[in-house]
Design a protein around this ligand. Structure first.
Ligand SMILES: [Zn+2]
Length: 167
């Protein structure tokens, strides 16, 4: 015999939000779920349905529900209830996704851009600090896989750090 399940109360709770990109400007009690895959979405560039590359994760609002998991039967002398708290989620912000073709295009122009600027940037990091930081942010945002570019950006980031420590 199964137990009846009743929803008793809904209580909001705050949770931490992952990543520097998601500054929870929108809602204070949203979260990113690690336990589910990226929902299907439209490529932010061409609109094709995809979930190849997740640029910004979906955000979920989490709340606790108290659920009765067991009750005494009607004839027992003492009435009792077992209550469990269950986490429930509502998606409040869709993921930002990009199809592999668009992502590859963005990556190859990014790779060329870094390649073209590397000599100049690394010779003088200070005056190019903004451009270097922007490039690093772009790398992180798109999670590009070009090893040479990643290495180049690591070198630049290191130089930039050293230059700012010199002051
Ligand atoms: Zn696309």
């Amino acid at each position: 015999m199964g137990y009846p399940i009743f929803t008793l109360a809904i209580e909001s709770c705050s949770v931490k939000v992952k990543g520097p990109m998601k500054l929870t400007l929108f809602m204070s009690n949203t979260m990113v779920r690690e336990d589910v895959s990226t929902p299907w979405g439209e490529c932010k560039n061409c609109g094709v349905g995809t979930r190849s590359h997740e640029l910004e994760p979906a955000e979920y609002e989490v709340f606790l529900e108290e659920v009765i998991v067991g009750t005494s039967d009607a004839y027992s002398a003492k009435q009792w209830e077992d209550v469990d708290e269950v986490e429930k989620y509502d998606m409040v912000l869709e993921a930002v996704v990009m199809c592999h073709r668009c992502w590859s295009n963005v990556q190859s122009s990014f790779v060329n851009m870094v390649k073209k600027n590397f000599e100049q940037w690394s010779a003088e990091v200070k005056p190019h600090a903004t451009a270097i930081k922007r490039a690093i942010n772009t790398q992180v945002y798109y999670d590009f896989t070009d090893k040479q570019t990643i290495d180049a950006l690591k070198i630049l980031a290191k130089k930039l750090k050293e230059a700012s420590l010199d002051e």
